[in-house]
Design a protein around this ligand. Structure first.
Ligand code: FAD
Length: 312
Protein backbone atom coordinates (compact mmCIF):
# COMPACT_ATOMS: atom_id res chain seq x y z
CA UNK A 1 0.00 0.00 0.00
CA UNK A 2 1.33 3.46 -0.83
CA UNK A 3 1.92 6.01 1.90
CA UNK A 4 -0.90 8.13 0.55
CA UNK A 5 -3.29 5.17 0.63
CA UNK A 6 -2.26 4.27 4.18
CA UNK A 7 -2.76 7.87 5.26
CA UNK A 8 -6.17 7.98 3.62
CA UNK A 9 -7.13 4.81 5.51
CA UNK A 10 -5.96 6.22 8.83
CA UNK A 11 -7.92 9.40 8.26
CA UNK A 12 -10.93 7.52 6.98
CA UNK A 13 -14.30 7.96 8.62
CA UNK A 14 -14.19 4.27 9.59
CA UNK A 15 -13.17 5.40 13.07
CA UNK A 16 -11.31 3.60 15.85
CA UNK A 17 -10.85 0.25 14.14
CA UNK A 18 -9.19 1.74 11.06
CA UNK A 19 -7.11 4.10 13.17
CA UNK A 20 -5.87 1.18 15.29
CA UNK A 21 -4.48 -0.51 12.20
CA UNK A 22 -1.87 2.21 11.85
CA UNK A 23 -0.92 2.63 15.47
CA UNK A 24 2.61 2.02 16.73
CA UNK A 25 2.95 -0.99 19.03
CA UNK A 26 3.26 -0.53 22.77
CA UNK A 27 1.29 2.67 23.20
CA UNK A 28 -1.52 1.07 25.14
CA UNK A 29 -1.16 -0.99 28.32
CA UNK A 30 -3.70 -3.66 29.19
CA UNK A 31 -4.35 -5.96 32.14
CA UNK A 32 -6.79 -8.83 32.47
CA UNK A 33 -8.91 -10.06 35.35
CA UNK A 34 -9.79 -13.73 35.75
CA UNK A 35 -11.74 -15.61 38.39
CA UNK A 36 -10.72 -18.97 39.86
CA UNK A 37 -12.59 -21.85 38.20
CA UNK A 38 -14.86 -24.27 40.08
CA UNK A 39 -14.81 -27.30 37.76
CA UNK A 40 -12.24 -29.11 35.64
CA UNK A 41 -14.02 -27.89 32.50
CA UNK A 42 -13.97 -24.29 33.74
CA UNK A 43 -10.30 -24.70 34.62
CA UNK A 44 -9.49 -25.86 31.09
CA UNK A 45 -11.43 -22.89 29.70
CA UNK A 46 -9.56 -20.47 31.98
CA UNK A 47 -6.20 -21.82 30.86
CA UNK A 48 -7.14 -21.63 27.22
CA UNK A 49 -8.02 -17.98 27.81
CA UNK A 50 -4.81 -17.25 29.70
CA UNK A 51 -2.75 -18.87 26.94
CA UNK A 52 -4.58 -16.92 24.26
CA UNK A 53 -4.08 -13.57 25.98
CA UNK A 54 -0.55 -14.18 27.33
CA UNK A 55 1.26 -13.20 24.08
CA UNK A 56 -0.34 -9.74 24.26
CA UNK A 57 2.07 -9.00 27.11
CA UNK A 58 -0.36 -7.50 29.64
CA UNK A 59 1.09 -5.38 32.47
CA UNK A 60 -0.41 -7.95 34.86
CA UNK A 61 -3.24 -10.45 35.18
CA UNK A 62 -5.34 -10.39 38.32
CA UNK A 63 -7.21 -13.25 39.99
CA UNK A 64 -10.30 -12.53 42.11
CA UNK A 65 -10.77 -13.72 45.69
CA UNK A 66 -14.00 -15.08 47.13
CA UNK A 67 -15.11 -16.09 50.59
CA UNK A 68 -14.72 -19.59 52.01
CA UNK A 69 -11.71 -21.88 52.19
CA UNK A 70 -12.20 -23.83 48.97
CA UNK A 71 -12.80 -20.72 46.86
CA UNK A 72 -9.72 -19.09 48.33
CA UNK A 73 -7.61 -22.17 47.72
CA UNK A 74 -8.66 -22.01 44.06
CA UNK A 75 -7.38 -18.41 43.87
CA UNK A 76 -4.07 -19.38 45.47
CA UNK A 77 -3.71 -22.35 43.12
CA UNK A 78 -4.46 -20.24 40.03
CA UNK A 79 -2.00 -17.52 41.09
CA UNK A 80 0.71 -20.12 41.77
CA UNK A 81 0.15 -21.74 38.39
CA UNK A 82 0.39 -18.38 36.61
CA UNK A 83 3.72 -17.83 38.36
CA UNK A 84 5.01 -21.31 37.61
CA UNK A 85 3.78 -21.86 34.06
CA UNK A 86 3.56 -18.47 32.34
CA UNK A 87 5.63 -15.33 31.90
CA UNK A 88 2.75 -13.23 33.23
CA UNK A 89 2.88 -11.08 36.38
CA UNK A 90 -0.02 -12.16 38.61
CA UNK A 91 -1.83 -9.69 40.85
CA UNK A 92 -3.65 -11.60 43.58
CA UNK A 93 -6.86 -10.04 44.88
CA UNK A 94 -7.08 -10.16 48.68
CA UNK A 95 -10.04 -9.16 50.88
CA UNK A 96 -10.80 -8.61 54.57
CA UNK A 97 -13.88 -10.87 54.57
CA UNK A 98 -14.29 -13.67 57.13
CA UNK A 99 -10.66 -13.73 58.18
CA UNK A 100 -8.67 -12.47 61.14
CA UNK A 101 -5.86 -9.99 60.61
CA UNK A 102 -3.38 -12.80 61.28
CA UNK A 103 -4.96 -15.06 58.63
CA UNK A 104 -4.92 -12.29 56.03
CA UNK A 105 -1.30 -11.46 56.89
CA UNK A 106 -0.34 -15.13 56.51
CA UNK A 107 -1.85 -15.24 53.02
CA UNK A 108 0.03 -12.07 52.06
CA UNK A 109 3.34 -13.43 53.40
CA UNK A 110 2.81 -16.73 51.56
CA UNK A 111 2.17 -14.78 48.34
CA UNK A 112 5.33 -12.73 48.81
CA UNK A 113 7.38 -15.87 49.54
CA UNK A 114 5.95 -17.52 46.41
CA UNK A 115 7.03 -14.56 44.27
CA UNK A 116 3.79 -12.56 44.03
CA UNK A 117 4.66 -8.85 44.00
CA UNK A 118 1.29 -7.24 43.26
CA UNK A 119 -1.88 -7.37 45.35
CA UNK A 120 -5.31 -5.92 44.55
CA UNK A 121 -6.31 -4.84 48.06
CA UNK A 122 -10.06 -4.90 48.69
CA UNK A 123 -12.47 -4.93 51.58
CA UNK A 124 -14.70 -7.47 49.83
CA UNK A 125 -18.37 -8.21 50.30
CA UNK A 126 -19.64 -10.91 52.63
CA UNK A 127 -20.92 -14.13 51.03
CA UNK A 128 -24.59 -13.79 50.23
CA UNK A 129 -24.17 -10.02 50.12
CA UNK A 130 -25.30 -7.28 52.45
CA UNK A 131 -27.88 -6.16 49.91
CA UNK A 132 -27.65 -2.82 48.17
CA UNK A 133 -26.80 -0.14 50.70
CA UNK A 134 -26.45 -2.79 53.43
CA UNK A 135 -23.94 -2.46 56.21
CA UNK A 136 -20.72 -4.44 56.10
CA UNK A 137 -19.76 -5.90 59.46
CA UNK A 138 -16.03 -6.66 59.66
CA UNK A 139 -14.84 -9.66 61.67
CA UNK A 140 -14.05 -8.62 65.26
CA UNK A 141 -10.36 -9.39 64.85
CA UNK A 142 -10.23 -8.56 61.12
CA UNK A 143 -9.38 -5.56 58.98
CA UNK A 144 -12.33 -3.15 58.73
CA UNK A 145 -11.72 -1.88 55.22
CA UNK A 146 -9.33 -1.77 52.28
CA UNK A 147 -7.41 1.13 53.86
CA UNK A 148 -6.46 -1.00 56.86
CA UNK A 149 -5.64 -3.95 54.61
CA UNK A 150 -3.47 -1.79 52.34
CA UNK A 151 -1.51 -0.44 55.33
CA UNK A 152 -0.96 -4.00 56.57
CA UNK A 153 0.24 -5.20 53.15
CA UNK A 154 2.68 -2.30 52.92
CA UNK A 155 4.06 -3.28 56.35
CA UNK A 156 4.46 -6.93 55.36
CA UNK A 157 6.45 -6.44 52.14
CA UNK A 158 7.03 -3.86 49.39
CA UNK A 159 4.08 -5.08 47.31
CA UNK A 160 2.74 -3.09 44.40
CA UNK A 161 -0.80 -2.38 45.64
CA UNK A 162 -3.85 -1.63 43.50
CA UNK A 163 -7.23 -0.69 44.97
CA UNK A 164 -10.81 -0.41 43.71
CA UNK A 165 -12.71 2.79 42.84
CA UNK A 166 -16.33 3.39 41.87
CA UNK A 167 -17.01 6.03 39.20
CA UNK A 168 -20.70 6.01 40.13
CA UNK A 169 -20.02 5.91 43.92
CA UNK A 170 -19.62 2.87 46.14
CA UNK A 171 -23.13 1.65 47.12
CA UNK A 172 -22.45 2.15 50.84
CA UNK A 173 -20.81 5.52 50.47
CA UNK A 174 -22.66 8.80 51.18
CA UNK A 175 -20.96 10.68 48.32
CA UNK A 176 -18.23 10.73 45.70
CA UNK A 177 -16.34 13.19 47.94
CA UNK A 178 -16.35 10.56 50.68
CA UNK A 179 -15.09 7.95 48.21
CA UNK A 180 -12.28 10.31 47.19
CA UNK A 181 -11.32 10.80 50.85
CA UNK A 182 -11.23 7.01 51.18
CA UNK A 183 -9.10 6.73 48.04
CA UNK A 184 -6.67 9.30 49.44
CA UNK A 185 -6.44 7.27 52.66
CA UNK A 186 -5.71 4.12 50.62
CA UNK A 187 -2.97 5.98 48.74
CA UNK A 188 -1.48 7.26 52.01
CA UNK A 189 -1.53 3.63 53.18
CA UNK A 190 0.47 2.47 50.14
CA UNK A 191 -1.78 2.07 47.08
CA UNK A 192 -0.21 3.13 43.78
CA UNK A 193 -2.96 2.31 41.26
CA UNK A 194 -6.75 2.45 41.28
CA UNK A 195 -8.81 0.12 39.11
CA UNK A 196 -12.39 1.13 38.48
CA UNK A 197 -15.54 -0.89 38.82
CA UNK A 198 -16.98 -1.61 35.37
CA UNK A 199 -19.15 1.18 33.95
CA UNK A 200 -20.98 2.18 30.77
CA UNK A 201 -21.49 5.86 31.58
CA UNK A 202 -18.20 7.21 30.26
CA UNK A 203 -19.03 10.77 31.29
CA UNK A 204 -19.51 9.60 34.89
CA UNK A 205 -16.07 7.96 34.79
CA UNK A 206 -14.46 11.09 33.32
CA UNK A 207 -16.16 13.29 35.94
CA UNK A 208 -14.88 10.97 38.68
CA UNK A 209 -11.31 11.17 37.38
CA UNK A 210 -11.55 14.98 37.03
CA UNK A 211 -12.72 15.26 40.64
CA UNK A 212 -9.94 12.94 41.79
CA UNK A 213 -7.33 15.06 39.98
CA UNK A 214 -8.85 18.25 41.40
CA UNK A 215 -8.57 16.67 44.86
CA UNK A 216 -4.84 16.14 44.33
CA UNK A 217 -4.96 12.41 43.53
CA UNK A 218 -2.25 11.62 41.00
CA UNK A 219 -2.02 7.81 40.86
CA UNK A 220 -3.24 6.09 37.67
CA UNK A 221 -7.00 5.47 37.68
CA UNK A 222 -7.42 2.61 35.24
CA UNK A 223 -10.84 2.14 33.63
CA UNK A 224 -12.32 -1.32 34.21
CA UNK A 225 -13.93 -2.49 30.97
CA UNK A 226 -16.35 -5.39 30.83
CA UNK A 227 -17.43 -6.73 27.44
CA UNK A 228 -21.06 -7.73 27.96
CA UNK A 229 -22.58 -10.66 26.15
CA UNK A 230 -25.15 -11.65 28.77
CA UNK A 231 -27.34 -8.60 29.26
CA UNK A 232 -29.57 -10.17 31.94
CA UNK A 233 -26.48 -11.21 33.90
CA UNK A 234 -25.15 -7.68 33.59
CA UNK A 235 -28.38 -6.25 35.03
CA UNK A 236 -28.10 -8.56 38.07
CA UNK A 237 -24.46 -7.59 38.61
CA UNK A 238 -25.15 -3.91 38.09
CA UNK A 239 -27.91 -3.97 40.69
CA UNK A 240 -25.61 -5.32 43.38
CA UNK A 241 -22.81 -2.85 42.65
CA UNK A 242 -25.10 0.00 41.52
CA UNK A 243 -23.37 0.61 38.20
CA UNK A 244 -25.94 2.18 35.87
CA UNK A 245 -27.07 0.36 32.74
CA UNK A 246 -27.94 2.93 30.07
CA UNK A 247 -31.10 2.65 28.01
CA UNK A 248 -29.08 2.53 24.77
CA UNK A 249 -27.36 -0.66 25.97
CA UNK A 250 -30.69 -2.27 26.89
CA UNK A 251 -32.03 -1.27 23.49
CA UNK A 252 -29.01 -2.73 21.72
CA UNK A 253 -29.48 -6.15 23.35
CA UNK A 254 -33.29 -6.12 23.20
CA UNK A 255 -34.69 -9.24 21.52
CA UNK A 256 -31.32 -11.00 21.24
CA UNK A 257 -31.75 -13.51 24.08
CA UNK A 258 -31.56 -16.41 21.61
CA UNK A 259 -28.89 -14.88 19.40
CA UNK A 260 -25.54 -15.27 21.16
CA UNK A 261 -23.50 -14.61 18.01
CA UNK A 262 -24.96 -11.13 17.52
CA UNK A 263 -24.65 -10.42 21.24
CA UNK A 264 -20.93 -11.25 21.07
CA UNK A 265 -20.40 -8.98 18.06
CA UNK A 266 -22.21 -6.16 19.84
CA UNK A 267 -20.24 -6.75 23.03
CA UNK A 268 -16.90 -6.30 21.33
CA UNK A 269 -18.12 -3.23 19.37
CA UNK A 270 -19.43 -1.54 22.51
CA UNK A 271 -16.27 -2.23 24.52
CA UNK A 272 -14.00 -1.20 21.64
CA UNK A 273 -15.90 2.06 21.20
CA UNK A 274 -15.72 2.76 24.92
CA UNK A 275 -11.96 2.20 24.88
CA UNK A 276 -11.58 4.41 21.79
CA UNK A 277 -13.48 7.25 23.48
CA UNK A 278 -11.39 6.85 26.64
CA UNK A 279 -8.24 6.88 24.56
CA UNK A 280 -9.35 10.12 22.97
CA UNK A 281 -9.70 11.46 26.50
CA UNK A 282 -6.08 10.55 27.20
CA UNK A 283 -6.34 7.10 28.81
CA UNK A 284 -3.78 4.56 27.69
CA UNK A 285 -4.28 1.81 30.30
CA UNK A 286 -7.27 -0.53 30.36
CA UNK A 287 -8.21 -3.30 32.77
CA UNK A 288 -10.48 -5.94 31.24
CA UNK A 289 -12.95 -8.02 33.20
CA UNK A 290 -12.50 -11.07 30.97
CA UNK A 291 -15.04 -13.34 32.72
CA UNK A 292 -12.46 -15.99 31.78
CA UNK A 293 -13.19 -15.61 28.06
CA UNK A 294 -10.40 -14.55 25.77
CA UNK A 295 -11.95 -14.05 22.35
CA UNK A 296 -13.74 -10.73 22.82
CA UNK A 297 -10.93 -9.20 24.84
CA UNK A 298 -8.40 -10.37 22.28
CA UNK A 299 -10.37 -8.65 19.50
CA UNK A 300 -10.73 -5.44 21.54
CA UNK A 301 -6.99 -5.44 22.20
CA UNK A 302 -6.42 -5.63 18.43
CA UNK A 303 -8.61 -2.55 18.02
CA UNK A 304 -6.47 -0.82 20.65
CA UNK A 305 -3.38 -1.66 18.64
CA UNK A 306 -2.10 -4.20 21.20
CA UNK A 307 -0.23 -6.99 19.42
CA UNK A 308 1.62 -10.15 20.37
CA UNK A 309 4.80 -9.22 22.22
CA UNK A 310 6.07 -12.60 23.33
CA UNK A 311 5.65 -16.06 21.95
CA UNK A 312 4.36 -18.34 24.69
P1 FAD B 1 -13.22 0.10 50.79
O1 FAD B 1 -12.27 0.96 50.08
O2 FAD B 1 -12.84 -0.36 52.18
O3 FAD B 1 -14.61 0.88 50.87
C1 FAD B 1 -15.81 0.20 51.25
C2 FAD B 1 -16.83 1.19 51.80
O4 FAD B 1 -16.41 1.64 53.07
C3 FAD B 1 -16.99 2.42 50.94
O5 FAD B 1 -18.33 2.84 51.00
C4 FAD B 1 -16.11 3.42 51.60
O6 FAD B 1 -16.56 4.74 51.38
C5 FAD B 1 -16.20 3.02 53.07
N1 FAD B 1 -14.97 3.26 53.81
C6 FAD B 1 -13.75 2.71 53.53
N2 FAD B 1 -12.83 3.16 54.41
C7 FAD B 1 -13.49 4.00 55.25
C8 FAD B 1 -13.08 4.77 56.35
N3 FAD B 1 -11.81 4.77 56.79
N4 FAD B 1 -14.02 5.52 56.98
C9 FAD B 1 -15.30 5.54 56.56
N5 FAD B 1 -15.74 4.81 55.50
C10 FAD B 1 -14.84 4.06 54.86
N6 FAD B 1 -14.78 -8.32 45.87
C11 FAD B 1 -14.39 -9.56 46.26
O7 FAD B 1 -14.99 -10.12 47.19
N7 FAD B 1 -13.35 -10.22 45.64
C12 FAD B 1 -12.65 -9.66 44.62
O8 FAD B 1 -11.72 -10.27 44.08
C13 FAD B 1 -13.02 -8.34 44.18
N8 FAD B 1 -12.35 -7.70 43.18
C14 FAD B 1 -12.65 -6.40 42.87
C15 FAD B 1 -11.86 -5.72 41.93
C16 FAD B 1 -12.14 -4.38 41.62
C17 FAD B 1 -11.25 -3.67 40.60
C18 FAD B 1 -13.24 -3.71 42.24
C19 FAD B 1 -13.55 -2.28 41.89
C20 FAD B 1 -14.02 -4.39 43.17
C21 FAD B 1 -13.74 -5.72 43.51
N9 FAD B 1 -14.48 -6.42 44.47
C22 FAD B 1 -14.11 -7.69 44.85
C23 FAD B 1 -15.65 -5.80 45.08
C24 FAD B 1 -15.31 -5.04 46.39
O9 FAD B 1 -14.79 -5.93 47.34
C25 FAD B 1 -16.59 -4.39 46.89
O10 FAD B 1 -16.99 -3.37 46.02
C26 FAD B 1 -16.57 -3.86 48.32
O11 FAD B 1 -17.92 -3.52 48.68
C27 FAD B 1 -15.72 -2.64 48.55
O12 FAD B 1 -14.40 -2.93 48.46
P2 FAD B 1 -13.31 -1.74 48.53
O13 FAD B 1 -11.99 -2.38 48.54
O14 FAD B 1 -13.58 -0.70 47.54
O15 FAD B 1 -13.63 -1.19 50.02
Amino acid sequence: MSLAAARALLLSPLGPVARAGGREHGEVKVSFEFFPPKTDEAEANLWNSIRRLEPLGPSFVSVTYGAGGSTRERTHRTVRRILDETCLQPAAHLTCVEASRGEVDDVARAYWDAGVRHIVSLRGDPPGGTGVGGVYVPPADGYANATELTAALARIAPFEISVGVYPEKHPESPSIDHDLDVLKAKIDAGATRAISQFFFDIDAFLRFVDRARAAGITIPIVPGVMPVTNFKGLCRMSESCQASVPAWLANLFDGLDDDPDTRRLLASSVAAEMCARLEEEGFSEFHFYTLNRADLVYAICRVLGVREKVHA
